[in-house]
Design a protein around this ligand. Sequence first.
Ligand SMILES: Nc1ncnc2c1ncn2[C@@H]1O[C@H](COP(=O)(O)OP(=O)(O)OP(=O)(O)O)[C@@H](O)[C@H]1O
Length: 276
Amino acid sequence: MRGLRKSYGDVVALQNLDLDIASGSVVGLIGRNGAGKTTATRCIAGLLRPDAGEVQIAASATPGTSPISIATQEIELYPGLNVATNLTFFGRISGVPDPERMLTEVAAELEIEPLLTKLPKEMSIGQQRQVHVAAALMATPRLLLLDEPTAALDVAARAAVLAAVERRRTAGVGVLFSSHQLRDIEAVCDSVVLIHEGEVIAAGRVEDLITEYGGARIEVTVDGKVQVIDGEDIPAAIAQVTAGGGRVEAVNVIKPSLEAVFLTLTGMRGSDVEGI
Ligand SMILES: Nc1ncnc2c1ncn2[C@@H]1O[C@H](COP(=O)(O)OP(=O)(O)OP(=O)(O)O)[C@@H](O)[C@H]1O
């Protein structure tokens, strides 16, 4: 994807965005709410038409099958069909040769066999998300686009999705994994792209980004004001910020991590983090 630009009226959602997703790699897409992740993902999938730029996708490995599969951010299932019929349908339209066998495999992979006879409205939001992700896995694409695939999932369901992503990577699929769950991104992604206000502000291997931007920081709240000190020495940080007096109300230590990279580059503080 090269030079992608997309506006909604006056709102510039993406500007000059470049992104490469190699076969057999998982690229994490992160950024604050409204950064442009969903817009980028939908442009790649062809669900949105960019104003400028180009998206190139290698042809499908198996003739007749779809080269792209997407789990959109919004859960999209047919309300009148049960889970098994929904999933078989998605397999059929993506061109897999044996949708019933695929259903058995994907249901086992995501541990959703008990849900197969349910209608979407009979499931919790997390269960619907599992089935929605399963629908994207019913294909055999070159490129798998997952927009917040672990949102609202419990620990076991998240682990099942991450394992499924690993298997697709091993099978040579390129995966774009967009998420606010930075621990999931660290667990599964080979590289990360951080977008901010529609532009890439950092990209690279997780370890490299952490080395470059993710150093430890301490945030000390003194008399209602947050002060940020680099490093991990808590007593020294407190001594520094209280040298002129003042009452310490909170101390927040940000360890070297992708979260620290995110906070540093997007200009957020740890106390803002709850929503990411
Ligand atoms: N249909 C739309 N009409 C107008 N503006 C839109 C529309 N969809 C998105 N936007 C705007 O485009 C920008 C990018 O939105 P987008 O949904 O791509 O962000 P995001 O990174 O996926 O956010 P989130 O993490 O909250 O899902 C935001 O400023 C948003 O308000």
